[in-house]
Design a protein around this ligand. Structure first.
Ligand code: SF4
Length: 502
C-alpha cells in the first residue's frame, strides 16, 4: 500500500510467493524425516472475508468466513500438505491486549513526567504506514506503538510457544501467513523478526489472499464446495485445539485497535463515560471522544482518538500530530507530500482559539477503507478496473469518472461497492456488524444472544490462554515482558515509487 519501497524491498516481496510455498512443500515432502519441517499456515480474518465474498459472489450458495476457514483447512492439509492451519485472531487478541497495556504505560509515563515515549500513540499493525513513516516521516517513529502486529505475534507463538509443545525448534517449522496486502511480506522480512540463534524468521513466507486463491486454482480445488463439519459451532477444532478459532473483536475491520483502548478506558473508569463519534473529512477519518457522562459537549474530555485510513487522511493526521506535539514535520515521501510544515506546540494551535485537547491515540491504516481493501485481496469477479491496454487502473484516484455501474469500476482502491461487500462479510459472524465502536447505551449482545455468548466465551478462553502463554514464556531464560514488542528506525535508502502494484 505504501507506494514507496526500495528496490531491495521489492526483491524481498518477490521472494515470497505462492510458488515459493509450493517449492518448499514439494521439497519437504521428499526430505528425510530428520530434516522435514512442520508446515504451518496462519490466515488473516480479512483474507477469509475477502475469499468468502469472492466465492459467494460467483456461487449460488453464500459462504461465511468461518466456513471458508474450514474449507481452506481441508485444502491446505489435503492438497498442499500443511500440518496445521490457524486463523490469526488469537494472535490479534494477544496484540490488542499488549497494545492497550502499552498505551496505558505511555499515559502513565506522561502523567509522571518520565517520558521516553510519545503521545499520541499511533497504531503499529500496518506495515504500509510504518514503511512510509520510516522513510518519509522518521519524526513520527516515537509515536508509533511498539506492539507487534498480529502476524508477528502469530510468528512468535508458532515458532516459540507451539514449537516447544510440538518438540520442534523454530528452524524445524515452516510458517506461512495469508494476508490482505503485500506490505506484510516486508514486515515478515524485518531483521527484528529474524531469530539469529536458529537462523530462521518468525514468518517464513507471506502470501496474499489473491495468491491463496491462485494456489486453489492451480491445484484445481473448488473452494465453493462445502466440506464435512464446516458448520460445526464448536469453539475449538480437534486438530487445531491450541488456539480458540475466529475470536471476534468489535470495532473496525482493520483490527479494532482504537476500540480496544476505548473499551479498556470505559471498563476501568470509576465514573460513567460517554462516547461521541464525529466524521472529520470522510468515512475514513473519524474522531472518537470519551467525556464524563453528562458533561458539556465541549468539556471534560477523558480520551480523544481517531481512526484514520488512506494516505490522503494520513498526511493530514501526520501534520496534525506534528502541530500538536511541536514536532517538525518533513515535506513528505520523496517530495511527494504537499503542504506547509507547521511547528507549533501541542494544544496551542491558533492564538485566538481555546486550547483543544490533542489526540491520545490514532488507529492508522494505509489503505482507504482499511485492511478489507488491502492491495492483495481477491478481486471481484469480472474484468474490473482494467484499462484498454490491460493495465489495472485506479480510476477514482486518477480523477476519471466513468459512466458504468459502480460494480464495474476498478477492483483496486476506490471500488467502494466491493469493499463494502467484503466489510459486510467480515462482520458476518459477529453479533451485529458494528463497523464503529459501540456507542453509549447500545447493547449489541441482545440482538443475537447466542453469537454474543459465543464471542464472550472465546474471548475469555483467549484471555486464559494468554495468561498460560505469558507464564510459559516468562519461565524461559531471556524471554521477558517485551516478547510481543518491537521497534522502528528511520530508513535512508534509494526509494523507487510505485515499483510494485499494491
Ligand atoms: Fe496492509 Fe492496507 Fe491493512 Fe495496512 S491497511 S495492513 S497496507 S491491508
Amino acid at each position: 500500500a505504501s507506494g514507496c519501497i526500495t528496490s531491495a524491498e521489492s526483491v524481498l516481496i518477490t521472494l515470497q510467493s505462492h510458488n515459493e510455498v509450493l517449492n518448499f512443500l514439494a521439497s519437504n515432502a521428499v526430505a528425510d524425516t530428520a530434516s522435514q519441517k512442520v508446515a504451518v499456515i496462519s490466515i488473516a480474518p480479512q483474507s477469509l472475508a475477502s475469499l468468502a465474498a469472492s466465492i459467494s459472489s460467483s456461487s449460488s450458495v453464500p459462504v461465511t468466513p468461518r466456513q471458508m476457514l474450514r474449507r481452506l483447512r481441508v485444502f491446505c492439509k489435503e492438497a498442499l500438505g500443511f500440518e496445521h492451519v490457524f486463523d490469526t485472531t488469537f494472535a490479534r487478541h494477544v496484540a490488542l491486549r499488549e497494545h492497550v497495556k502499552e498505551f496505558m504505560e505511555r499515559k502513565e509515563q506522561h502523567r509522571t513526567g518520565e517520558c521516553d515515549t510519545a503521545l499520541p500513540m499511533l497504531a503499529s499493525a500496518c506495515p504500509g504506514w510504518i514503511c512510509y513513516a520510516e522513510k518519509a516521516h522518521p519524526e513520527m517513529l516515537p509515536f508509533i506503538a511498539q506492539t507487534k502486529s498480529p502476524q508477528q505475534v502469530m510468528g512468535t507463538l508458532v515458532k516459540n510457544w507451539m514449537g516447544e509443545k510440538w518438540g520442534k525448534r523454530p528452524d524445524s517449522i515452516y510458517h506461512v501467513s495469508v494476508m490482505p496486502c503485500y506490505d506484510k511480506k516486508l514486515e515478515a522480512s524485518r531483521t527484528d523478526f529474524y531469530n539469529e540463534a536458529y537462523s530462521t524468521r518468525d514468518v517464513d513466507c507471506v502470501i496474499t489472499t489473491g495468491e491463496m486463491q491462485l494456489l486453489a486454482q492451480e491445484k484445481a480445488w473448488d473452494l465453493s464446495l462445502p466440506v464435512p463439519g464446516e458448520n460445526v459451532t464448536s469453539l475449538l477444532t480437534s486438530s487445531e485445539a491450541s488456539f480458540p478459532e475466529l475470536i471476534q473483536h468489535s470495532g473496525s475491520s482493520s483490527g479494532s485497535y482504537l476500540q480496544s483502548i476505548v473499551e479498556h478506558i470505559r471498563s476501568t473508569s470509576t465514573i460513567p463515560l460517554h462516547l461521541s463519534v464525529k466524521q472529520i473529512r470522510n468515512v475514513d477519518y473519524e474522531e472518537f471522544v470519551l467525556r464524563r457522562d453528562g458533561s458539556d459537549p465541549e468539556g471534560d474530555v477523558v480520551f480523544k482518538g481517531a481512526r484514520c485510513y488512506g494516505f490522503r487522511n494520513l498526511q493530514n493526521v501526520v501534520r496534525k500530530v506534528g502541530r500538536e506535539s511541536g514536532v517538525r514535520v518533513g515535506m513528505g515521501a520523496a517530495g511527494r507530500m504537499k503542504g506547509k510544515a507547521a511547528v507549533q506546540k501541542r494544544g496551542t494551535r491558533g492564538q485566538d482559539k481555546a486550547v483543544e485537547k490533542g489526540y491520545d491515540y490514532i488507529e492508522v491504516m494505509a489503505c482507504p477503507g482499511g485492511c478489507v481493501n488491502g492491495g492483495g485481496q481477491s478481486k471481484p469477479p469480472g474484468n474490473f478496473g482494467i484499462d484498454v491496454e490491460g493495465f489495472s487502473r485506479d480510476w477514482e484516484v486518477t480523477g476519471v469518472t466513468l459512466d458504468h455501474a459502480p460494480e464495474a469500476l476498478t477492483a483496486k482502491w476506490g471500488n467502494k461497492a466491493w469493499t463494502k461487500k467484503v466489510e459486510d462479510m467480515y462482520w458476518h459472524d459477529l453479533p451485529t456488524p458494528p463497523a464503529s465502536p459501540v456507542l453509549a447505551g447500545e447493547n449489541h449482545m441482545t440482538q443475537k444472544e447466542d453469537a454474543g455468548k459465543d464471542s464472550e466465551i472465546r474471548n475469555k478462553m483467549a484471555d486464559r490462554l494468554l495468561i498460560d502463554i505469558t507464564d510459559d514464556f516468562c519461565r524461559k531464560p531471556g524471554s521477558g515482558s517485551h516478547l510481543f514488542r518491537t521497534s522502528y528506525r528511520a530508513v535512508e535508502s534509494e526509494v523507487v515509487g510505485l515499483a510494485v502494484k499494491w
